[in-house]
Design a protein around this ligand. Sequence first.
Ligand code: KIV
Length: 264
Amino acid sequence: MRQRTRAGAIRERKGTPFATVTAYDAAFARAAEAAGIDVLLVGDSLGNVVLGYESTASVTLEDMERHAGAVARGSIRAHVIVDLPFMSYEASDADAIRSAGRLVRAGASSVKLEGGVDRAERIAAIVRAGIPVVGHMGVLPQTAALAEGFRRRHDRAALLADAHAISDAGAFAVVLEMVDATIAAEITAAIPIPTIGIGSGNATDAQILVLYDLLGLTSEAPPFARAYADLSAAATGALRSYAADVAARRFPAALATADSRNGR
Ligand code: KIV
């Protein structure tokens, strides 16, 4: 039985900075865990960075189930947060609980949903059903294109109300996306659960980055992201070498050396 980091243990990290990152498959889940990162988010940014969609609104519950399973199978101890995709939780508490349950069956340790005061009821319903929840406020990518856009949020009163509503509803952590850094610091001091910042300054309890931005695999990373590698250039270089070796008959070696292979 795998002993994963629990929601309660993450809640207790309030005040101690920690790194979290998105993951979409078994290979990178293993890499993140090997790096000591024990909180992974199967974000619906999957739609943008892996599936090639314009918006996360195109991502389905089936997409999230498939990738949640891959990340869960690729990790041993990590807590795997999985995004409830657009329109899988908005209509009713029953829908929200059913969708969250499907993600848990697929491998999620907890689920994340977007919205503040307006979604507190859904958070409370899922928590009552026994599934830990992470909130997400500030810029809400699932509906940003339909509503307020992707610009930084500065409305202090509304942001504080959202943070308190999410925390009071029973979420064990909350993502602050593109929230004014001073207000993000104030929210972090005001609520008892860890805040996980993205583009919201460095005073939040934790930080999250989209894996493909961190590894230099996206062509248009947001300005707040930092690339710690250039895997895009490394991949192109490796593929160019492979193509050149095949063209020159340097690959494969003339004599086959192995008489059996693994299960792939
Ligand atoms: O889907 C995602 O990757 C996210 C992060 C930006 C927090 O929600």
